[in-house]
Design a protein around this ligand. Structure first.
Ligand code: BGC
Length: 760
């Protein structure tokens, strides 16, 4: 069989350029005379959205009946790499069955603000968590010889003006917050394809961003797959080809292919770029074509069950006063809220799955032995107004019950792909209902369906609270399992739940002005912001309760001091001290005690989910390396560790440290420095070599400027200033100050030779 390169060598320029864009909405082209076949791409990633003829990328037209797994907002809350891997495997099998070569996901943009309309599809505010979960789902899908398309690359964190907005992000923030999940997807996930985003990044469309698509993704991270455009993201196709955008989707009906042909003919584009794109397209499609297996079974019922089973591990128990949960058999439970009957279990837009079946909470409790349940609708999902009759019925049923579960949340039109939310509230009729129910029956549990945080004005009135997120088509089974304790809840918040919108890190700048969105909060996104400001939140990142309790003990490090080229092993013992089996998410954060640069209080650098029987103890082990301690240094354009003490913290959540141990990390990298006449004393003092040269040259009173001697102060005013203040003021003195203060002994020439030696 010919290699991709050999095939490309036999193609005409027209054939090659035609290969660089879709045939239609979902298929790629073939070159029949050479046996090059087209393949199909379909949306995902929490299911398969395979459309036939009437394609659209907004979730408007129907797709084939399929299975909707928990959306990423929920599945990431599991903090379980294996759980998302299972979703990936199931979707991979479904793709094999349906002859779809690439499933378009995971979507791993950072949740910069709770307002982003697509947060339900995205994973986390934390890049490490998003990266780990991305790798899990990628490995699952690709283990079935189906490609993923990691999207939307990059800095696509708002829907407002999504096709024209320019994300203005500084270098360090990009590297520390917005890129690491993509980096993990490329390096460790070995994703077959990436999808560039619609937006611009620092002034250039992602679809023609050479640094992003080639220098970074391919040359630095080693990505060897296809970069495809988001649907309609191409602006200048010729620039895109040169930048490394292999595939334009959907078809431009030949318009842009002709542009590329013309550019090559006119000498504006080197044909080698066209060849490269073609080779990559053929090679990646072959990964699928050589293993295509439409005989792979797709048992929808089995996947529905899997969705329910996994869904239970995605429910976050946030409040459980007086042990109101789990509900007990025999208790009379009123279930209130239309969502209990018509669950919202996925978001709107291109990821929308046409579920072959949906199990609501009401469906799920129908056949549950020993439950005693009555239902009241309580509100209309599609209205903000109260319905007096529905409220009256709900209150009557609530009064007569032992405990009440109100199912509330965001209706479809409140959050969706294509636009952002304007506020964080659920509909007023639902808020009002919860408060009224609490007034007649204080044994109240609220179960939320939403893709992104909401304000909870009634939080103090609810004894129990479950964040159900968007739990997939078998959400009812998952809810039932957690409510009645058939499954012990074990999920944790993959994002902070702020008190109110005004508290959020990018409140002042989110959405941008016109087409410019400046990420002015920098690296302080999510818990990195709230912990730094010691700001009260409703629930911190990483938070989540269980029906059992866990004790932590015996934190130990393999070394007390390491070099930044070494790794260190961290072990901690975790014991289930309660009465039921349960899963615990063990979280490791690293905190830099002192730093020259702004750093978060702590950052997640490891997590593991373990299951423990009552009384059982297990040791959890983490390995930390340079990246665990490093920040992105913009002088060397690389990761850098500052020599010093770091605290290795085992935490319950981003706010709560359980155990901590210090570790000294020594840098092996010297940051090159160039001193100039404008360099100040403070910075020169930090560089022992430069300081030695300087001290050697200075004599008498002048060295006072650099702290060797006391300044010669005779007048009363100087004495009043005091040594400490004098030294502090001198610290900010630039080298050129020597000219004024040396009374003519030092001039620019002297300074120049001094600087030459200091910089040598
Ligand atoms: C979305 C992508 C999606 C594509 C195809 C776009 O509008 O941003 O996430 O994969 O459409 O449906």
């Amino acid at each position: 069989m010919s290699t991709p390169r050999e095939l490309v060598a036999q193609m005409t320029l027209e054939e090659k350029c035609s290969l660089l864009s879709g045939l239609d909405f979902w298929h790629t082209k073939s070159v029949e005379r050479l046996g090059i076949k087209g393949v199909m791409y379909s949306d995902g990633p929490h299911g398969l959205r395979k459309q036939d003829d009437q394609g659209d990328h907004l979730g408007v037209n129907d797709s084939i009946k399929a299975v909707c797994f928990p959306a990423a907002c929920a599945s990431t809350a599991s903090f379980d790499r294996n759980l998302v891997r299972q979703i990936g495997e199931a979707v991979g099998n479904e793709c094999q069955h349906e002859q779809v070569a690439v499933n378009l996901g995971p979507a791993i943009n950072i949740k910069r603000s709770p307002l982003c309309g697509r947060n339900f599809e995205y994973m986390s505010e934390d890049p490490y968590l998003a990266g780990e979960m991305a790798v899990g789902i990628i490995q699952g899908t690709q283990s079935k010889n189906i490609g993923v398309s990691v999207k939307h690359f990059a800095a696509n964190d708002q829907e407002h003006r999504r096709m024209s907005s320019d994300s203005v992000v500084d270098e360090r923030t990009l590297r520390e917050i917005y890129l690491p999940a993509f980096e993990a997807a490329a390096k460790r996930g070995k994703a077959w394809t990436f999808m560039c985003s619609y937006n611009k990044l620092n002034g250039e469309y992602a679809s023609q961003h050479k640094w992003l698509l080639t220098d970074l993704l391919r040359n630095e991270w080693g990505f060897d797959g296809i970069v495809m455009s988001d649907w309609g993201a191409v602006s200048d196709r010729v620039k895109g080809v040169e930048a490394g955008l292999d595939m334009e989707m959907p078809s431009s009906a030949g318009v842009n292919d002709a542009e590329v042909v013309k550019a090559v003919r006119e000498g504006r584009l080197d044909e080698k770029y066209v060849d490269l794109c073609c080779e990559r397209i053929i090679e990646v499609h072959n990964r699928y074509l050589e293993h295509a297996d439409p005989s792979t079974p797709w048992d929808k019922e089995a996947d529905h069950e899997l969705a329910g089973k996994l869904g239970a591990d995605c429910m976050v128990l946030l409040k459980n006063d007086d042990g109101i949960l789990p509900l007990k058999d025999g208790e009379k439970i009123a279930i209130i809220g239309e969502f209990a009957n018509k669950p919202r279990y996925q978001g709107g837009g291109s990821s929308h799955i046409n579920s072959f079946k949906v199990t609501s909470l009401l469906n799920a409790v129908e056949d549950k032995p020993g439950t005693c349940v009555c239902y009241a609708q309580g509100y209309h999902i599609d209205s903000d107004d109260e319905d007096a009759a529905l409220v009256a019925e709900a209150l009557e049923k609530a009064k007569a019950a032992d405990k009440v579960v109100v199912v509330a949340g965001l209706p479809d039109n409140y959050e969706s792909e294509g636009y952002d939310r304007k506020h964080m509230r659920i509909p007023p009729n639902q808020n009002a209902l919860i408060e009224k129910v609490a007034a007649v029956n204080p044994n109240l549990v609220v179960l939320l369906y939403n893709g992104s945080p909401v304000e909870m004005p009634w939080l103090g009135l609810a004894k129990g609270l479950i964040e159900g997120y968007l739990g997939g088509q078998n959400v009812g089974t998952a809810n039932r399992a957690v409510l009645w304790g058939e499954v012990n809840p074990s999920a944790r918040l993959p994002e902070t739940m702020p008190v109110k919108l005004q508290d959020t890190p990018c409140y002042l700048s989110y959405g941008g002005e016109g087409n410019t969105a400046v990420y002015s909060e920098g690296i302080f996104v999510g818990y990195r912001y709230y912990t730094k400001k010691e700001m009260p939140v409703l629930f911190p990142f990483g938070y989540g309760m269980s029906y059992t309790t866990f004790a932590y003990d015996n934190l130990r490090l393999s070394a007390g001091q390491i070099k930044d080229t070494d790794t260190v092993t961290v072990c901690v013992d975790v014991t289930n001290t309660g009465k039921v089996a349960g899963k615990e998410v063990v979280q490791l954060y690293v905190s830099d005690r002192e730093s020259e640069v702004f750093r978060p209080v702590r950052e997640l650098k490891g997590f593991d989910k373990i299951e423990l029987q009552p009384g059982e103890t297990r040791t959890v082990t983490f390995t930390l390396d340079k990246r665990s301690f490093a920040y992105w240094n913009t002088k060397i354009h690389d990761w850098h560790v500052e020599t010093g003490v770091f605290d290795i913290q085992i935490c319950k959540d981003a706010d709560t440290v359980i155990l901590s141990a210090p570790l000294t990390v020594e840098s092996t990298v010297e940051i090159p420095e160039t001193f100039t006449e404008d360099s100040i004393t403070l910075d020169i003092r930090k560089n022992p070599k430069a300081m030695a040269i300087l001290s050697g040259l200075l004599k008498g009173g002048l060295s006072a400027i650099f702290g060797d001697d006391k300044p010669e102060t005779s007048d009363a005013a100087s004495e009043a200033v005091g040594d400490e203040m004098m030294e502090a003021m001198m610290a900010y003195m630039p080298l050129r100050g020597l000219i004024s203060f040396s009374q003519g002994k030092i001039n620019h020439e002297v300074l120049k030779s001094l600087l030459d030696q200091m910089n040598a």
